[in-house]
Design a protein around this ligand. Structure first.
Ligand code: 5GP
Ligand code: ZN
Length: 112
């Protein structure tokens, strides 16, 4: 269920105390340590899935998107970008799936 060496497992099971912006049975959301925009939130499942490729449980899939909607609504963020980096070449550095929410400044497209 949880991976002992995974930083996001430690955040989701509260082994590392963090300010949670949203929490439900399946997910938590918190601020990114190294924000790339005025709002930079990460939404993660409470169960360890290394990436979107390993995410095979529809409960968690729907809960993650629902959490994006709930946390943005709660913070009054109406326009935002969501990103899931999958694999090293796509920019994934933490191998516990997470959805980035970026907002608060104009965002370029395509991303680098
Ligand atoms: P990735 O590059 O895997 O898509 O995104 C990983 C994100 O996690 C990065 O934006 C990085 O700043 C963030 N991050 C890494 N370690 C921590 C941590 O311990 N706490 C928080 N809040 N964010 C982290
Ligand atoms: Zn994990």
């Amino acid at each position: 269920m949880l991976d002992d060496n995974c930083i996001f497992c430690k955040i989701s099971n509260k082994e590392i105390p963090s300010k949670l912006l949203y929490e439900d049975e399946f997910t938590v959301a918190f601020n990114d340590l190294n924000p790339q925009a005025p709002n930079h939130i990460l939404v993660i499942p409470k169960k360890h899935f290394a990436s979107l490729n390993e995410l095979d449980d529809e409960k968690y899939m729907s809960a993650l998107l629902n959490a994006v909607k709930e946390v943005t609504k709660k913070l009054g963020i109406k326009e935002y970008r969501t990103v899931i980096n999958t694999g090293e070449t796509a920019g994934q550095t933490v191998f516990h799936i997470h959805i980035h929410i970026l907002a608060g400044r104009p965002l370029l497209w395509p991303p680098g």
